[in-house]
Ligand binder design. Sequence first.
Ligand code: FAD
Length: 461
Amino acid sequence: STAALAPQICVVGSGPAGFYTAQHLLKHHRLARVDIYEKLPVPFGLVRFGVAPDHPEVKNVINTFTQTAHSDRCAYYGNVTIGKDVMVKELQRAYHAVVLSYGAEDNRILGIPGENLSGVYSARAFVGWYNGLPENRDLKPDLSSETAVVLGQGNVALDVARVLLSPLDILRKTDITEGSLAAIACSKVKRVWLVGRRGPLQVAFTIKELREMINLPGTRPLLDPADFTGLGDVIKDIPRPRKRLTELMIKSAREKPGEKEAALWASATKEWGLKFQRSPLEVLPATDGKQARGIRMAVTRLEGSGESARAVPTGEVEELECGLILSSIGYRSLPLDSSIPFDPKLGIIPNSLGRVQGAPGLYCSGWVKRGPTGVIITTMNDSFDTAQSVLEDLQTGVLNLSNSKEGFKSVRSILHSRGVHPVTFSDWEKIDAAEVARGKLAGKPREKIVDPQEMLQLISH
Ligand code: FAD
């Protein structure tokens, strides 16, 4: 029968990787059914909880994801943690193919003394806090000092700096949570240093984010012209995106600003800067032994050039006073359970084209497949590749459809027996509508509900 030939597939995680994998499978297989499991009640992963609140255009991908979820061959089950509520082995019994797309839920640590002093946070937690990620909603970051240091020079580092320095009038109109907006309104932070171990040619942010910083109302850039000496010649032969990015840094650091810019910068009350070739050695404690008061850094020199240049300590050391330190040195995936292959060094599930090594029927996509770098488009492409591998394996018979699989029907009874109540996509649409209605009162696109219990009550779970 047709039903017996319909592939039952599930995806673990409802970020871009989960949704793009589902989209490709549904589009290219007329019969495939795809169920999406998500740990949180609400969908969309880092599109909701990572992307900066002042970048609403980036979140338009949610419209495409919503279309996918509305397919009558797709279902969303939120509030279900795979590895805890349901095991991967159980999913494998219920589905012909299981795709792991659960992202990177931890962060890399600095591994230096003082890292746990108060006033030191991971950028991941800070981002989660201002974006209403339930686990970070009570972070209460200490914003009482004038100088903040962000360790790292990627897009996330710039997001964090921008949110710390943005005029309230800009933030107020975004979907930043009301709790974090209130805290930022009382913030004393006036200066943000973005610290990198290497030089201007190795920064990991893009020109769009840099331009936004340079034009951020009420702030001025602090760029040391000496950092850019001689770079004009070096960049002649490098790829165009990095060339343009470096040119913008050189221009901002070395050229006299235009009249308009000069006036803006002169009246600015806040500032931000890039500090290059500094490697963090220790977070320094205040006299109480608990609070951070600064950071000690090794001055480095570069060995090699371009992307592969290495930072080597020169022996010189520098201290910088600051009461707020945000480490933005990368996210990190974790193994889901011990039965699934995992490469702890690379922090990914070992795979070829999304096929998990040594585990037929198991696939992966997104950050857990490639590592935690790349924008949504990168994640989209690699998710399409993984979906393609699944489709090929269906076609070649590697995935045997004559074993009929029950899909959600059998997972439903497992969840029921464990007292877990999944949140459906139409449940999410109720939460969504409530958030949008609350936001409207405050003149913002939405007011996120940050307490999962409140979300569940709203849909009377
Ligand atoms: P995620 O988006 O993290 O999705 C993983 C999902 O899996 C989450 O919903 C998680 O809750 C769920 N999950 C985890 N564990 C389980 C489990 N055990 N069971 C069930 N579900 C689980 N890209 C851009 O293009 N533009 C931007 O402006 C931009 N800004 C960013 C800002 C930040 C701070 C960060 C960190 C990233 C940003 N990115 C941006 C990159 C983009 O977010 C990623 O490329 C993309 O989200 C990765 O998709 P993913 O699905 O692999 O992971």
